[in-house]
Design a protein around this ligand. Structure first.
Ligand code: 13P
Ligand code: SF4
Length: 367
């Protein structure tokens, strides 16, 4: 097969759009049964219900990274999440285990905001200005190349579940951190650790310069890459004010990818896992407004009919790239596998893997 034929061969055939959900589910189930433990389907909490029903493991980014690292039995890992998660799974599994992303268009707009070439330009400039005083830290929502750069420069990855303890530890090792690519998680985490906002500045990767510098270079502790999550950025102070006015008994819990003012005005903030656990453990009759991805909020509402739960922003959308993994794409990838063909494999090269693993393993050792 030449490259063009290969690309066409991997495109979802039109016929899959005409199958009923029942038919697709039956066929997915049959393949899962046939493969048994040789097939592992991890799903992020933000995936659609039609996909989550087939999850062997459902979790947030940290839990899925840990599940991939621990699984030694599966020959095929069909990852229902986004591209950086599938890359991470590939790096954390053996060479014999193949990771498949059912739709290659399932990326992450935040991860795309940090380009390795921008980082390679930024780093020497920061070293020139601040000397060897900076620990690079990247949110796991970043490309393998960014993780590799961070790993080979003594840094670590974080997820929203462990950012606080890892940033705290990093600041005992170096005077300042350079946090990529989510400025909101970086700012919220540093603020939680008591670092004043004026000791943080923003690195603009397009202009290649520091913005919002409000202190002397000597006092600057946190440099935030100017990236954000297009889903969580949409929760606002107006949304909080509307809940306080219309549902005064409601508690508001938000993800730390939300802007600083929103996290400050909410009653609680925490990773996807913390949000799921908090609602799980809340008493019947309690009332909640949740500021995170819409598929997950919808599922939490369904799972807790004894509680009154709404989305903090009633007009919020699901993460569009997470949503690209749907039942037709999952079925197509599995049926190809069943025919002996691996499509949409995510494979990170050896050198990148070695360097990125340095960052990932530092994180996993502290989690
Ligand atoms: P967590 O899974 O760490 O909560 O991150 C949320 C997210 O946006 C994943 O893309
Ligand atoms: Fe990326 Fe935000 Fe979607 Fe997560 S929710 S995959 S951070 S765009």
């Amino acid at each position: 097969m030449n490259l063009l034929e290969e690309a066409v061969n991997e495109l979802l055939p039109e016929s899959y759009h005409h199958l009923s959900a029942k038919e697709m589910s039956k066929r997915v189930q049959a393949i899962r049964q046939k493969f048994g433990e040789a097939l592992f389907i991890p799903c992020h909490h933000y995936q659609k219900d039609e996909v989550v029903q087939f999850a062997d493991s459902i979790g947030d980014s940290l839990q899925l990274a840990q599940a991939a690292a621990q699984n030694k039995k599966a020959r095929y890992i069909v990852f229902c999440g986004v591209h950086f998660m599938a890359e991470t799974a590939d790096m954390l599994t053996d060479d014999t285990q193949k990771v498949i992303l059912p739709d290659l268009r399932a990326g992450c707009s935040m991860a795309d905001m940090a380009d390795i070439y921008q980082l390679e330009q930024a780093w020497p400039r920061l070293l020139e200005r601040f000397g060897d005083t900076i620990m690079p830290i990247t949110y796991i929502n970043s490309t393998a190349a960014i993780k590799a750069f961070v790993g080979s420069h003594g840094g670590t990855t974080v997820t929203s579940s462990n950012a606080r303890q890892i940033v705290q530890h990093a600041l005992t090792q170096k005077k300042r951190i350079f946090f990529l690519p989510d400025q909101h998680l970086g700012r919220n985490t540093a603020a939680e650790l008591g670092i004043p906002l004026d000791e943080m500045a923003i690195w603009n990767p397009i202009r290649q310069e520091l913005e919002d510098v409000q202190t002397s270079d000597d006092r600057l502790q946190v440099i935030l890459w100017k990236g954000y999550c297009s889903v969580h950025q949409h929760f606002t102070l107006k949304n909080i004010a509307a809940i306080r006015k219309n549902h005064p008994a409601m508690q508001i819990i938000v993800h730390p990818e939300c802007p600083y003012e929103v996290v400050q005005a909410a009653d609680m903030a925490g990773s996807t896992k913390k949000i799921v656990d908090t609602i799980e453990n809340a008493p019947a009759g309690s009332e909640w407004a949740i500021g995170t991805e819409a598929n997950l909020v919808g599922r939490i509402i369904q799972a807790h009919p004894d509680k009154k739960i709404v989305s903090l922003n009633p007009f919020t959308c699901p993460c569009m790239t997470m949503n690209r993994i749907d039942l037709p794409h999952l079925l197509f990838a599995l049926e190809k596998l069943n025919q002996g063909e691996v499509i949409h494999q995510i494979q990170v090269d050896k050198q990148t893997t070695t360097d990125a693993l340095a960052a990932l393993n530092r994180m996993l050792a502290q989690s």
